[in-house]
Design a protein around this ligand. Structure first.
Ligand code: UDX
Length: 437
């Protein structure tokens, strides 16, 4: 099929590349000329494992290109809108400026009978407004809502082989037409038996924010347990294993630590609350305020643990912070707990030296006041303490003996419960995890 993807960030660039990989003819449109140039050279402007290779293959096949000109989308049968919906500055609500701008710029180029598909995460009720905006310009276009559940770090796999597909469709003939087109787009995944939920706009919009709210709640739940575990000397990792064996609960997303971040979970739970308040059902989501508060509190807990381990004083102490990205296999520092911990420590007067395998440049652009070292070795040298805040494999696998030779003080704060306390203690380190005795 001929597809266009409007907005080529973490979501759109991956979607465009993967749709081409699946055999469709795709044009990705973005207003940022630098991003478009990079993507046309198969060099994604962000780190996502496997993406550059997928881009290269698709571009070489002739099925994928990127452009800044919306007119290049005109021949597409299906247009995906994948622009960002960031948090409004100083508010909890989502900023829909980019979604509106995308629809307005695209609408004049949408051919009669074509389908526009929203993939961006939006407040419930957005699609029913956008369809009017679209049809005011192109009355013969249809709108569908098709939320995206990809995780950074495994985005290519998640897009090619999603665990479910959701269509939010209008009723009647328009809905049937949209379903037929989407079935063709996703023929490969559907052919493999991927579960499909066909529903209305509002449900499709809600599915996405509900999924992220649930995941955020799960993480904050285990972090709340880790706070209790800390006070009674219990072990939250064993607790997670034990409750995780219950299939109704499940072990995934029960890793206590410095909490969730990234471009989705934090802003999505805030936008969901803001939308519920607008709708007069704010009470239903009050718990998400607590989920958010528990999450942010974990950053301070790492700082407190470090201060205690260093005998109460942080000012002037050299601290190696391992990790800046919000999670491993990503260079994304949006709302990153790791970066926030580094900034807090710096604010308290610590001599902070940070490192990360991929996220240094993104972190530096936001916080030039921090010291960045490309190698773990340089970051560890002469540190009075080490803080692990992103569980990259190379930090998980650190050799405590080797690290012990480099540092000035053998104190390690494991902000992700990613290390083995026994081996670190055996090598003479003071080890402190989260909710671990
Ligand atoms: C998330 C959703 O998983 C995805 O479905 C949606 O499309 C976008 O938002 P992503 O932001 O890529 O994806 O990250 P995810 O893997 O969900 O992790 C989110 C955060 O939670 C990370 O900071 C991670 O470190 C943290 N986390 C995850 C924990 O603190 N503990 C856990 O047990 C799991």
């Amino acid at each position: 099929m001929r597809l266009s993807v409007i907005g080529c960030g973490y979501l759109g660039a991956v979607h465009a590349a993967c749709m081409a990989e699946l055999g469709h003819e795709v044009v990705g449109i973005d207003v940022d000329a630098g991003k478009v140039d990079a993507l046309n050279r198969a060099a994604a402007p962000f780190f996502e494992p496997g993406l550059d290779e997928t881009l290269r293959k698709a571009i070489d096949s002739g099925r994928l290109r990127f452009s800044t000109d919306f007119a290049d989308a005109a021949t597409a049968q299906v247009h995906f809108v994948a622009v960002g919906t960031p948090q409004k500055p100083g508010e909890n609500a989502a900023d829909l400026t980019y979604v509106h701008a995308a629809i307005d710029a695209l609408a004049p180029h949408v051919a009669p009978g074509s389908l526009v598909v929203g993939k961006s995460t939006v407040p419930v009720g957005t699609a029913s407004v956008l369809v009017q905006r679209l049809q005011a310009v192109q009355p013969e276009a249809t709108l569908a809502w098709n939320p995206e559940f990809l995780r950074e770090g495994v985005a290519v796999t998640d897009t090619i082989a999603p665990d479910r597909i959701v269509y939010g469709l209008p009723s009647g003939a328009d809905g049937e037409h949209a379903k037929a087109l989407l079935d063709e787009v996703y023929a490969v995944a559907l052919g493999k038996g991927t579960p499909l939920v066909v529903t209305d706009y509002a449900t499709a919009e809600l599915v996405k924010v509900a999924a992220n709210a649930f995941l955020a709640t799960k993480i904050s739940f285990i972090n709340a347990m880790s706070e209790v575990a800390d006070t009674v000397g219990a072990d939250v990792t064993q607790l997670a294993d034990a409750i995780g064996y219950d299939a109704r609960i499940g072990r995934k997303f029960l890793n206590a630590g410095v909490g969730f971040g990234g471009g989705c979970l934090p802003k999505d739970i805030r936008a969901f609350r803001a939308r519920a308040e607008e709708l007069g059902v704010g009470d239903s989501l009050t718990f998400l305020k607590e989920v958010d508060a528990i999450n942010v509190r974990q950053r301070e807990r790492v700082v407190i643990r470090l201060r205690e381990a260093l005998g109460g004083e942080l000012a002037g102490r050299r601290v190696a912070v391992l990790g800046l990205a919000f999670k491993p296999d990503s260079d994304d520092v949006r709302d990153s707990p790791a970066l926030d911990v580094a900034v807090r420590l710096k604010g308290l007067g610590a001599d902070v030296v940070t490192t990360d395998p991929r996220a240094i440049e993104n972190a530096r652009a936001r916080h030039p006041q921090l010291t960045y070292e490309p190698s773990v070795e340089a970051a560890l040298r002469n540190a009075a303490a080490v803080v692990v805040v992103t569980e990259w494999a190379e930090y998980r696998d650190l050799d405590p003996e080797w690290a012990g030779e480099l540092v000035a003080g053998k104190v390690i704060i494991d902000g992700r419960n990613a290390l083995n306390p026994l081996t670190w203690r055996a090598a003479g380190w003071t080890y402190r995890g989260s909710g671990r005795p």
